[in-house]
Design a protein around this ligand. Structure first.
Ligand SMILES: [Mg+2]
Length: 351
C-alpha cells in the first residue's frame, strides 16, 4: 500500500477530529468558522486535542505494534484501557467524548469477554470515525473480515457493518488512484447536508465535503464547519480525503498543532512498519527461497515494491540475520548490469 496515502488516511483522521471538536454539538450555522486548531470549550481543552475518534484509532494501531500482528481480543482490551485509564487520550489519564454505544459495549466486553457487542438500534458513527487502522490491516493481510470484526466490538449492527463496507470501497478506490463520487455532491445545498451522528448521515456529510471541493484543506473546512457531530465528520472526511490526496496534502500547520504530534507520528510510522513487516516480509523470504537471490532491485522488481520499501526489507533481512554482508572490493553487477557495492551471503539456516 502506498505509504503517502495510508499515512494521509491516519493523519487525516486525527487532524479532522481535533479541528472539529471545538464546535461539536452546535447547530450548522451557529458556531465560529473553523480554519485552524482552536481551544475546545466543549471539553475545556487547549487547541489540538483529539477526542475518542483519534484515541480509538490509536488503540488499534498500538495493539498491532505491541502484538506484532492483529489480535482482536487485544484491540478490545486496549479500547477498555482507553475507557478506564485514559490510555492514548489527549487528556492525561482520562477518556472523554465517549459514545453511549461504545461505553455500553466496552463495559460488556469487560464483564463477559464478548467481542460482538451493541444492538441493531446502535447505528452511530463510532466504527467509521476510527476506521482507517482496521481498514489498513484488513487490506494488507488480505483479510476482509477484519473491518467488521473491529466494528463489531462496539457496534454490532448490520447498518453499521454495511456502512463500514461502503467506506472500505471508497478507500479501495482512492488507494487505487480513482476518485469516489459516492454520496451527495454539488446538487445538494449545504443546508440540506445532514450533520448527525447516524453512521449513514456522517458518511454522507463527509462525502459531500469531499465531492464539492478540490483540496484536502478546503474539504476539511467544509466538513467540520457543518457543525453537529463535527469532530467525527472531520475524522471520516480526513480518512477519505487523506487516502485520495495523500499525507503531503494535509496542511503541516494542522499536524504540528496537534498535541504531542511527534509521538503520534512515531506511532503511525511504527504501525505502518509493523503492518508491512507482517504482510510483505514473508513474501520477501519466499522470493529468496525460490530465486536464491538477494539484492534490493530484485526484491523491488519481483514484488512490485517502491525503492524505500525494498530498502526497508533489506534492512530487516540484515537485522534478523537472514543475510550477512560480504566484504568485497570488487564492483558487483546485478542482473541488469547495474553496479552495487554490497554483496550478501544468505544464511540458509534462518530460512
Ligand atoms: Mg469525538
Amino acid at each position: 500500500m502506498e505509504r503517502d496515502k495510508v499515512k494521509g488516511m491516519l493523519w487525516g483522521l486525527i487532524v479532522g477530529d481535533a479541528l472539529g471538536s471545538p464546535i461539536q454539538f452546535t447547530d450548522k450555522d451557529n458556531h465560529p468558522w473553523i480554519t485552524e486548531m482552536e481551544y475546545c470549550p466543549v471539553f475545556d481543552v487547549p487547541a489540538g486535542y483529539w477526542t475518542d475518534d483519534g484515541s480509538m484509532a490509536m488503540c488499534i494501531m498500538d495493539s498491532f505494534v505491541r502484538k506484532s500482528g492483529y489480535d482482536i481480543n487485544d484491540v478490545a482490551e486496549t479500547f477498555v484501557r482507553w475507557l478506564k485509564e485514559g490510555y492514548l487520550s489527549s487528556i492525561e489519564g482520562r477518556a472523554f467524548d465517549i459514545g453511549n454505544a461504545t461505553f455500553a459495549s466496552l463495559s460488556k466486553f469487560s464483564e463477559t469477554g464478548s467481542l460482538v457487542n451493541g444492538e441493531e438500534s446502535s447505528q452511530g458513527n463510532g466504527s467509521i470515525m476510527r476506521f482507517a487502522p482496521s481498514y489498513i490491516v484488513s487490506r494488507s493481510l488480505n483479510r476482509p473480515e477484519i473491518v467488521r470484526e473491529v466494528s463489531d466490538v462496539t457496534h454490532a449492527s448490520n447498518r453499521v457493518r454495511e456502512t463500514c463496507d461502503v467506506l472500505a470501497l471508497i478507500l479501495d478506490l482512492h488507494m487505487a488512484g480513482g476518485r469516489s463520487c459516492y454520496g451527495p455532491g454539488a446538487e445538494t445545498p449545504r443546508e440540506k447536508v445532514p450533520n448527525y451522528g447516524w453512521c449513514v448521515d456522517s458518511l454522507n456529510a463527509a462525502m459531500w465535503a469531499f465531492n464539492t471541493t478540490n483540496t484536502f484543506e478546503e474539504g476539511m473546512i467544509a466538513a467540520v464547519n457543518l457543525g453537529g457531530d463535527s469532530d467525527s465528520i472531520g475524522a471520516i472526511y480526513g480518512q477519505i480525503a487523506g487516502a485520495y490526496y495523500g499525507f503531503d496534502a494535509i496542511p503541516e500547520r494542522w499536524i504540528k498543532a496537534v498535541k504531542t504530534w511527534k509521538d503520534i507520528d512515531a506511532l503511525i510510522e511504527k504501525f505502518l512498519d509493523a503492518v508491512e513487516r507482517k504482510s510483505v516480509f514473508p513474501k520477501v523470504l519466499d522470493l529468496i527461497r525460490q530465486t536464491k537471490k538477494v539484492y534490493c532491485s530484485h526484491i523491488q522488481r519481483e514484488l512490485g515494491l517502491g525503492y524505500n520499501q525494498a530498502s526497508r526489507m533489506m534492512d530487516w533481512l540484515k537485522e534478523e540475520g537472514y543475510v550477512s554482508l560480504v566484504e568485497n572490493d570488487k564492483e558487483v553487477l546485478d542482473e541488469e548490469g547495474r553496479s552495487f557495492t554490497d554483496a550478501y551471503k544468505i544464511n540458509w539456516a534462518k530460512f
